[in-house]
Design a protein around this ligand. Structure first.
Ligand code: AHZ
Length: 311
């Protein structure tokens, strides 16, 4: 389906954004700032600031209540998936939900709070694709700072007009219905959301009901078990769709990375799983501080999502 909202131009050009209420422009507006003189801002009212945010946030929420693909979790796997999807399917509404205030998951650092990020070949092709420089060490490459990878990927993902990211928003549940294509089976048809600060207070306040986003494809990318992690995998168990979790096995880089990529798939109708959440679902090894599998798994999840959408 085509979505008219996707074809609208961006809100305003940078040049217009610098003009005052009356639209007048000055030398400073055109970018000639006299740094030795007095720096002047275009006038604005508090209400304009509030409305500028509210209008866009709630119009995005209104629009994305029906999405084509929802990605749960904006770590390295979820963001790699979002990039590939946004590039390959510019007409699809891709909505990313991230429980944390800061998207990026564990990919702001390499390992043990150190900066460098190791990526085994051939996953470095994704770094070439998004334009992140690296040092070539033969069978693997090293990005000087993991934050360069995450910030570059994030900026590219957010620049696509068909992507919306709602951070500080947790997925609290899945929408699951009888599968119209296969009687007797159930399929995932969207997610149940709440602002994360609300989710974290369900045991301190009386019922604070959630919101929903429907989508024919949901990509689970919530990482391995933790305060929030492996969310969709755990919910499949408590909903009776799988008997139990496989549980992430001990670290073995050689086994872990191909397992995650090769097992990236539609684990339940309408639900694709990628990244370290899969290790909990399937019981595969952890790989520790090497990130190539997250990129390759995310890209593969994007291809799986498009295949499911075409079905
Ligand atoms: O905040 C979480 C993180 O940013 C987010 N998330 C988790 N539960 C959520 C929920 N709703 C919305 N219910 C949620 N968001 O999901 C993101 C997961 O990112 P991650 O970096 O933890 O996972 P990943 O699979 O993208 O990357 C894993 C990186 C790892 S862990 C590891 C090891 O421990 O051995 N090795 C690697 C490479």
């Amino acid at each position: 389906p085509s979505h008219p909202s996707l074809s609208k131009p961006p809100f305003s050009s940078p040049a217009l954004a610098l003009k005052g209420n009356n639209g007048s422009s000055t030398a400073q507006d055109e970018g000639h700032v006299d740094w030795a003189g007095s720096y002047r801002f275009a006038p604005i009212s508090e209400a304009q600031v509030s409305r500028a945010m509210i209008k866009r946030y709630f119009s995005d929420m209104y629009d994305r209540a029906v999405s084509d693909i929802v990605i749960v979790g904006a770590g390295s796997a979820g963001l790699s998936c979002a990039y590939e999807l946004a590039k390959r399917a510019p007409e699809k509404k891709i909505t990313i939900l991230e429980a944390g205030v800061a998207p990026g998951g564990g990919a702001w650092l390499g390992g043990q709070l150190m900066s460098a990020m190791v990526v085994r070949k051939p996953a470095h092709l994704f770094l070439l694709e998004i334009g992140v420089p690296f040092e070539d060490e033969g069978g693997y490459v090293v990005v000087r700072h993991a934050a360069l990878f995450t910030s570059t990927l994030l900026s590219k993902v957010l620049s696509f007009p068909n992507v919306r990211l709602f951070n500080a928003t947790a997925v609290e549940d899945l929408i699951v219905r009888p599968d119209p294509l296969d009687a007797g089976r159930q399929r995932v048809g969207g997610v149940v959301t709440n602002w994360t600060l609300v989710s974290l207070n369900h045991d301190t306040q009386s019922c604070m009901d959630p919101n929903t986003i429907t989508a024919p494809v949901v990509v689970a990318a919530t990482g391995h078990d933790g305060p929030m992690g492996a969310f969709c995998a755990k919910r499949l168990v408590s909903n009776g769709m799988i008997e139990k979790l496989g549980d992430m096995r001990c670290l073995d880089m050689m086994r872990a990375e191909p397992a995650i990529v090769n097992r990236t798939r539609e684990v339940q109708p309408g639900l694709i799983m990628t990244g370290m959440e899969l290790s909990e679902h399937d019981g595969s090894n952890r790989m520790g501080p090497t990130f190539g599998a997250m990129m390759a798994s995310g890209v593969k999840a994007a291809h799986e999502a498009l295949r499911v959408l075409e079905r």
